[in-house]
Design a protein around this ligand. Structure first.
Ligand SMILES: Cc1ncc(COP(=O)(O)O)c(C=O)c1O
Length: 216
């Protein structure tokens, strides 16, 4: 009989991680600082991202991506009915209307044919979730979004690492949100990363810092 039955994804924490945390505490720099910058650089290089911004969660990354795109009341955002609540909650956080469409039975990812049917004059974005690490049909989704001039946001909470046609998820210009929650492949306990177009990331950085463009 196991001592702990179904533990909640215990993380693999070794001496290296423990000494980094101790080092941060002893440096007296305990908030976003040089180690976060290093993480952004190394993470960005790993997924081949044009630019990367560390945030407090994947939820914050998705929310920031919507704010950076000026999406708000009166706008519709199409997303999948098969996801964690955060993907839909962020649409409501900005006052926009979530439009849920069904999935493909084999991949459990958003069905591009249904996305095409759901587009209206109010649609401003699609949030595609690469469910359980399986990339969405990005060629089909991108074609729909390009045709209607809609932003394609990628929820990559489950997708570190994942590749679509040889390219890392996170390597493109679309805003792409990763999660480092306790149960994820790479964890920081709580945390997230937004990758994408450098200009969008620059704006997202200002939004994430209360509208300021210079930190302490
Ligand atoms: C698909 C999906 N999107 C977003 C999130 C939110 O991630 P976070 O807890 O980092 O905000 C999760 C969390 O599990 C998720 O599974």
């Amino acid at each position: 009989m196991r001592k702990d039955f179904l533990p909640f994804s215990p993380p693999f924490i070794g001496e290296e991680e423990i000494s980094e945390v101790v080092d941060s505490l002893q440096s007296l720099w305990i908030t976003t600082g040089p180690k976060t910058k290093r993480f952004e650089k190394e993470f960005g290089a790993y997924v081949d991202a044009p630019a990367a911004l560390a945030l407090s969660s994947c939820t914050a990354a998705l929310h920031t991506a919507l704010v950076a795109a000026d999406i708000g009341p009166g706008d519709e955002v199409i997303t999948t009915s098969m996801t964690f609540t955060a993907t839909v909650a962020v649409i409501e956080h900005v006052g926009a209307t979530p439009v849920l469409v069904d999935i493909e039975a084999d991949t459990m990812n958003i069905n591009p044919l249904l996305v095409a049917d759901a587009v209206t004059a109010s649609t401003k974005a699609v949030i595609a979730v690469h469910y359980a690490g399986h990339p969405c049909d990005m060629d089909a989704l991108q074609a729909i979004c390009d045709k209607h001039e809609i932003l394609l946001i990628e929820d990559a909470a489950h997708s570190l690492p994942a590749k679509y046609k040889g390219r890392m998820i996170g390597s493109g210009k679309n805003p792409t949100a990763f999660s480092f929650y306790a149960t994820k492949n790479l964890t920081t306990a709580e945390g997230g990363m937004l990758t994408g177009d450098p200009q969008m990331i620059e704006r997202a950085a200002v939004i994430s810092l209360h509208g300021m463009n210079r930190d302490a």
